[in-house]
Design a protein around this ligand. Structure first.
Ligand SMILES: [Zn+2]
Length: 169
């Protein structure tokens, strides 16, 4: 695997100071770009995510700790649905199941609204066939309910484009 653009290169190209990182969940493959993030930048995760990581990911705990070491405490979203900036530009949507705090983000970008599912849906096939990540998830029943909720959202607002956690549609 080769990175087309590294996190560091992307951030540097923006010419603005990064003020926060919204994480979908704390699996290693979703935080591996953290070394490119300034250690003072606050990090946000879904409800329950900070508790879950301590007992679930023994195999990757060491490297996860290194990625998060020396950083401000992870901040959890306080509610299931958050209008992050209070202006409808970004919503954090608690989508538990893959992990306890899994969170999808709906971003009203200039081109179109985009739903970043995290691993509530990790592949385009999974999204198109309503199949959640299955055995990769902590709680498959909640994972199924969360995927159904996100699919229903996009059916109600078909202008939303979807970005699954591991693949583009
Ligand atoms: Zn994951």
């Amino acid at each position: 695997m080769t990175a087309l653009t590294t996190t560091e290169d992307y951030i540097n190209a923006q010419n603005v100071a990064l003020k926060g990182v919204f994480l979908t969940h704390l699996h290693l493959d979703h935080i591996s770009g953290m070394s490119a993030i300034n250690k003072q930048v606050p990090l946000y995760v879904g409800q329950g995510e900070t508790q879950e990581r301590y007992f679930l990911y023994a195999a990757t705990q060491g490297i996860t700790d290194i990625m998060l070491e020396g950083r401000p405490a992870l901040q959890e979203w306080a509610e299931d649905y958050i209008d992050v900036f209070g202006d409808g530009s970004v919503f954090a949507i608690h989508s538990p199941g893959h992990t306890a705090g899994s969170t999808a983000y709906l971003v009203n970008s200039i081109e179109s609204p985009v739903l970043f599912t995290g691993d509530a849906s990790h592949t385009s096939w999974g999204w198109n066939h309503s199949v959640e990540p299955g055995s990769f998830s902590t709680d498959q029943i909640r994972s199924r309910a969360s995927l159904n909720k996100l699919i229903k959202l996009v059916k109600s607002y078909p202008e939303i484009s979807v970005q699954p956690g591991h693949q583009s549609l």
